[in-house]
Write a protein that binds this ligand. Structure first.
Ligand code: F6P
Length: 460
């Protein structure tokens, strides 16, 4: 069996999701893929050094071998804070108002991709399957090809892919996508992001796109682009939900919210997650239902993220201000309507919190998939499940159609959904949960890995 060589910006052996809810689905997903297939996971250590030397640090933990390198402060600034998180991330989340178009950071991005390619070259053998992840590393496949690698190389994008009209605002957009066409298989979370990519390739590059098979032919080279919606590790969540840590967490939540309904949000503190808009929706609910202000406690867990990037500092300040305002307006001596928690929690604790919360609020303005929505469902008590309120703009909304789907930009729409969730009878909650849980359980992380890896091996 071929080994897997997984490459992502950061390597994270998921023990606890420290700054996570934050590591997103990526860490859990890749750990489980490596446990199954064996191999190695390469990426940035997360540490800064004076210089990028390419010195490899190898480690084996819980059956997963990782190889990392440190990056120089300048590389981190240009590649990670700069091009990846101030250009590609906002652009891919449809935020051209926040997108910075600096050629210098673009050069840093290419330089670090080349550094990654050099290191990966030292780690791979000819029949390894190479699987590259996310927007930080779009050109890596082409860099590996330039070094002579004939391996099967796949790429999976965990974020949305924007419509062509937005994507062309990126200088050198064509050059970037041409590099991507060196991959054998390109995966997207949903048909929607896949469609935007195919549309771009056909319209801007003049590539031949077969929408049925996913085959894209361009200048004599063939790649396949398909949708592979990522899932959660169902068994792992069930096991975590049974731990004393999870039970204690549920108990903490229940005993501190007695007689009131707990509503929970868990997100990296990121402008794509729609956090200020969420607070506006809750505020509208209180305005419209003042007599119910005592019935509801909203717990927002939001570990800070990418703190060196300006737009992240701004969103944090905005969220703190809005939370302060609403708490000022609606608190009583014995009640604080919004609990804003600025740190990460382990998956076990999150499972306990999810289960004790009768409403899960997942309302990103744009999201590749959003695994919190799936985790929330997986952690519910089947006999008394909570209600998931989900943004229609999350990739997960394509699958979780029995959630209460909302437009996160509309405070009225959010307020109405909260009222509906609070009043939903048990029979309706169960009906919806039964359908949702089937999707979350059946399309879990193992299926996702298997589908992608099998295509990477077998598509001609
Ligand atoms: O796809 C979302 C993502 O960028 C993942 O690649 C990453 O694991 C997660 O968000 C956390 O981001 P960061 O490493 O920038 O904290």
């Amino acid at each position: 069996m071929s080994r897997l060589v997984i490459i992502s910006n950061r390597v994270a052996v998921a023990k606890a999701r420290g700054a996570a809810g934050a590591q997103g689905g990526l860490a859990g997903a890749l750990n489980s893929a490596l446990k199954k297939y064996g191999g190695i996971w390469f990426g940035w250590s997360g540490e800064e050094a004076e210089e990028t030397t390419g010195h490899l640090q190898l480690n084996t933990n819980d059956g997963v071998t990782t190889a990392t390198i440190d990056l120089s402060t300048n590389d981190v600034e240009e590649y990670y804070n700069g091009y990846a998180n101030s250009t590609l991330w906002p652009l891919f989340h449809y935020r051209i108002d926040l997108t910075e178009y600096e050629n210098e950071t673009g050069r840093g991005y290419e330089r670090v991709n080349e550094t990654f390619a050099k290191s990966v070259s030292l780690l791979t053998e000819p029949d390894d399957l190479i699987w590259v992840h996310d927007y930080h590393l779009l050109p890596l496949g082409e860099r590996l090809r330039a070094r002579g690698h004939k391996n099967r190389i796949g790429f999976f994008l965990h974020t949305p892919w924007p419509p062509a009209r937005l994507f062309v605002s990126l200088p050198y957009h064509e050059r970037l996508v041409r590099t991507m066409l060196e991959y054998d298989v390109i995966g997207f979370q949903t048909e929607e992001w896949l469609g935007s990519f195919q549309h771009y390739c056909a319209k801007e590059l003049g590539a031949e796109v077969d929408e049925v098979t996913g085959k894209i032919t361009f200048e004599g080279r063939v790649t396949h682009a398909r949708a592979y919606p990522i899932g959660v590790d169902w068994d792992h969540i069930q096991a975590q939900g049974e731990t004393p840590e999870a039970r204690q967490a549920a108990q903490r939540m229940l005993s501190s919210t007695r007689h009131r309904t707990a509503m929970i949000g868990v997100d990296r503190l990121d402008y794509s997650k729609g956090l200020p808009e969420r607070i506006d929706g809750i505020s509208r609910f209180f305005d419209q239902n003042p007599d119910r202000a005592r019935d509801l406690v909203f717990v927002q867990i939001a570990p800070p993220s990418r703190e060196d990037v300006d737009s992240y500092q701004k969103i944090r300040a905005e969220l703190e201000q809005k939370t302060g305002q609403i708490n000022g307006a609606w608190s009583e001596v014995d009640i604080v309507p919004i609990r804003y928690v600025n740190k990460g929690h382990s998956l076990a604790e999150l499972c306990g919190f999810y289960r004790a919360s009768k409403i899960g609020l997942v309302t990103p303005l744009r999201d590749g998939m959003n695994l919190v929505a799936k985790e929330y469902i997986a952690a519910q008590d089947p006999d008394d499940p909570g209600v998931l309120i989900l943004s229609q703009f999350a990739g997960a909304a394509h699958q979780l159609t029995e959630a209460l789907l909302v437009n996160p930009h509309s405070p009225d729409n959010l307020a109405r959904a909260i009222a509906e969730a609070l009043d939903m009878p048990l029979s309706e909650r169960k009906r919806r949960y039964d359908i949702l849980v089937k999707t979350v359980r059946d399309d879990d992380i193992h299926g996702w890995t298997q589908n992608f890896v099998s295509d990477l091996k077998h598509i001609p």
